[in-house]
Design a protein around this ligand. Structure first.
Ligand code: KG4
Ligand code: ZN
Length: 336
């Protein structure tokens, strides 16, 4: 089965082809980073317009590279939400039009389910699992007994983990998105030069809070001599990353213990973070838990994860009508 995936929930325009016999045959991502960098964050209206310009040429490129025509596909899977509503609408209406034109089934995919199932593109899933979804818009703990069944245990009370990376990077004068910059610079940082809070550490609930980190970093950075020395920036990056990774790790393993699962997964853009991956892998091994994280290209937004999630729905006989609506927010829903 050949499933075309479309993802336009935020600032990446992506199309992919998942072939149930070969795996991911194509995953094209057109990044809008340069467009939004100047503003220090994603500008929704600019994102929608860029999706509109880029999406159909990407679909054409995919079909050409794969020597396929629309009618050779078996289905179209598209992110229906959550995300920026204008950006989602571009992807959804394009997906519907392609499905209608070639008389193909349409499957709407929840963006978070896409991130979670990106793990299956890398290795066989071990279930039940506790999944930490951490991205620019989400930080959630999701108990997953099987594909298609998701129980959201809790999440952030304010900022997402990716937002914490991006906002603190901005305070340090680093380009957007800040996560990969902090990941890179923290490697040169000296431990212990700075110290940042780990809010809600003693709170037994599966909840996170990252908004205070920005204030703490601003207080420190405002007191530093200008221009900021490269080593100082690296030292701040190191401790910011430690604070975020500590919070994520502790709550992930507490939730895994509570639900007695045998596996922990990472998902979402922040799952690309080297320190987080290393820490979770080491802690999982100490506790005899199976550890999975998607390949880095499948951590950040991509359509391969949407095409694959769509394939799982289709295999279970679930499709959507052309009345399908996009939605800006809402938890990942079970469909099995
Ligand atoms: O999943 P994603 O591409 O988009 C959303 O659904 O939000 O996640 C983007 C987020 C950004 O906040 C970015 O800074 C963060 O993921 N990110 C990282 C890394 N790569 C991307 N954060 C920390 N370390 C990284 N290596
Ligand atoms: Zn995402």
């Amino acid at each position: 089965m050949k499933v075309l995936g479309i993802e336009t929930s935020c600032d990446d325009t992506s199309v992919a082809l998942y072939d149930s016999e070969k795996g991911v045959a194509e995953n094209l991502v057109s990044s809008q980073v340069d467009l939004h960098d100047h503003f220090g964050g994603v500008v929704p209206e600019l994102a929608s317009r860029a999706h509109l310009v880029n999406l159909l040429p990407l679909v054409d490129m995919l079909l050409e590279r794969q020597k396929l025509q629309l009618k050779d596909l078996d289905a179209v899977a598209v992110t229906a939400g959550p995300g920026l509503i204008g950006a989602l609408l571009v992807g959804l209406s394009t997906g519907k039009s392609l499905a209608m034109a070639a008389d193909l089934p349409l499957v709407g995919v929840h963006h978070i389910e896409g991130h979670i199932l990106a793990n299956a593109l890398t290795a066989e899933l071990v279930l039940p699992a506790m999944v930490l979804v951490a991205s620019g818009g989400h930080t959630e703990l999701i108990h997953m007994p099987e594909v298609g069944r998701y129980e959201r245990l809790g999440g952030t009370l304010d900022d997402a983990a990716g937002e914490a990376f991006d906002k603190t990077a901005k305070l340090l004068g680093l380009p957007y998105p800040g996560g990969p910059q902090i990941d890179r610079l923290a490697k040169q940082g000296t431990p212990g030069v700075f110290s940042f809070p780990r809010p809600l550490r003693k709170d037994p609930r599966p909840v996170f809070s990252f908004s205070g980190l920005k204030t703490a970093v601003r207080t420190v950075v405002d007191g530093l001599p200008r221009p900021l020395a490269d080593q100082t920036v690296a030292d701040v990056c190191y401790e910011v990353q430690e604070a975020i990774v500590d919070s994520l790790c502790e709550k992930l393993f507490a939730a895994a213990r509570k639900k007695h699962v045998g596996a922990v997964y990472l998902a979402g853009g922040v799952a690309a973070n080297g320190r987080l991956r290393d820490r979770v892998a080491a802690e999982a091994s100490k506790r005899n838990l199976h550890f999975l994280a998607p390949e880095r290209v499948y951590c950040t937004d991509n359509a391969a994860m949407i095409a694959y999630a769509g394939y799982c729905h289709l295999e279970a006989g679930r499709t959507d009508s052309l009345d399908l609506d996009s939605f800006p927010r809402g938890p990942v829903a079970s469909w099995r």
